[in-house]
Design a protein around this ligand. Structure first.
Ligand SMILES: [Zn+2]
Ligand SMILES: [Zn+2]
Length: 335
């Protein structure tokens, strides 16, 4: 049943993005209708817009918005802030049964294969909606999704207290990498970035140092988080890990691009290289608990806010950062 109308940020096909009228319909059985408050934009949205993403992981037309927080329409949740897991697992395939819901045999993800939150409403399976604590800050909540991506990877790396951590990349994922690695009590967190304007944000994320890629950092890090997504950054990450160290690949280079690296060096140095995709339900739930308790507060990473109508300026800031720039968000309602 169509009950009203609003506007959604739609990518009709690669290269074609616009605000389009959309109807509001009643949620289906087992779904909740959520009114988005804030929607985060990231490099992956640009890849969807440009058609640079692996076609197996997107469908067009698609409403953007895989990072969001909002309020359930007419639910018992009242005006409490909610977030939702973006990956929609089938629940019965072998991987789902193992708890590895990020690897569900049927890939289905909000903002990629089903419509995202840059819209008057988003429909989410009830089981994937998480209510945040009453003190939750929307600017922190909107980062739940990218924080879960980083948390999933870190949990897999299982850092020991006292580890030396290097983060390569000064975007949101890099900043979250520095911030979340703090949960494992590292001795040192160094951040390498190409944009000097990010130094203050890196420091607030807990970085002990922030420096450019050259000269190359020493090869003595227990854990290296690659969050830049460029071939050069991947090579630097592999070179900076100590013998027996762990390298987490979180950056997403353009689909089809290849990165040559010295395999013999990686073998001789006994590296554990983890490429990490998305997050499991349990990783997302743990991030929600950290946000609810404010043990994790990434809200400072939101540096730019635009009303939905100014979506093109928001995308421009995302493409061409000037000065300090963390997460760019769209405000879905006034105030
Ligand atoms: Zn994202
Ligand atoms: Zn499944």
């Amino acid at each position: 049943m169509i009950t009203g109308a609003g506007r959604s940020l739609v990518v009709a096909a690669p290269g074609s993005v616009s605000l389009a009228a959309s109807g509001l319909s009643s949620p289906a059985e087992g779904e909740l209708s959520v009114r988005p408050k804030l929607v985060g934009l990231c490099g992956t949205d640009l890849e969807i817009i440009d058609g640079r993403i692996d076609p197996a992981y997107v469908r067009y037309p698609i409403v953007l918005g895989h990072e969001w927080c909002g309020v359930v329409e007419g639910g018992q949740e009242g005006e409490q802030l909610v977030v939702g897991e973006g990956v929609v697992p089938c629940g019965h395939c072998q991987r789902c049964r193992q708890g590895r819901t990020n690897l569900c045999e049927t890939y289905d993800e909000v903002g990629f294969t089903r419509d995202g939150a840059a819209a008057p409403e988003i429909r989410v399976p009830r089981s994937l909606v998480h209510v945040l604590g009453p003190a939750a800050d929307p600017a922190a909540a909107v980062l739940a999704e990218p924080a879960a991506v980083v948390y999933q990877a870190l949990r897999r790396a299982a850092p020991a207290p006292g580890w030396r951590v290097l983060v390569i990349g000064d975007g949101t994922i890099g900043l979250l990498g520095a911030l979340l690695s703090g949960l494992w009590s590292p001795a040192v967190v160094d951040v390498v970035g190409t944009r000097a304007d990010q130094a203050e944000l890196a420091s607030r994320a807990g970085a002990d140092s922030f420096r450019p890629p050259e000269p190359a950092p020493g090869a003595d890090y227990d854990l290296v988080i690659e969050a830049a997504g460029s071939p050069a950054a991947v090579v630097s990450a592999l070179a900076a890990a100590r013998r027996g160290g762990v390298v987490l690949l979180l950056g997403l280079p353009t689909h089809g691009h290849e990165t040559p690296f010295a395999v013999a060096d990686a073998v001789n140095r006994d590296l554990a290289i983890h490429a990490s995709f998305s997050y499991t339900s349990s990783a997302f739930a743990e991030v929600v608990a950290l946000l609810s308790s404010r043990r994790l507060d990434p809200s400072f990473i939101v540096t730019h806010r635009f009303p939905l109508e100014e979506w093109s300026q928001a995308l421009e800031v995302l493409r061409q950062p000037i000065g300090e720039r963390g997460k760019v968000v769209l405000e879905m309602e006034p105030g």
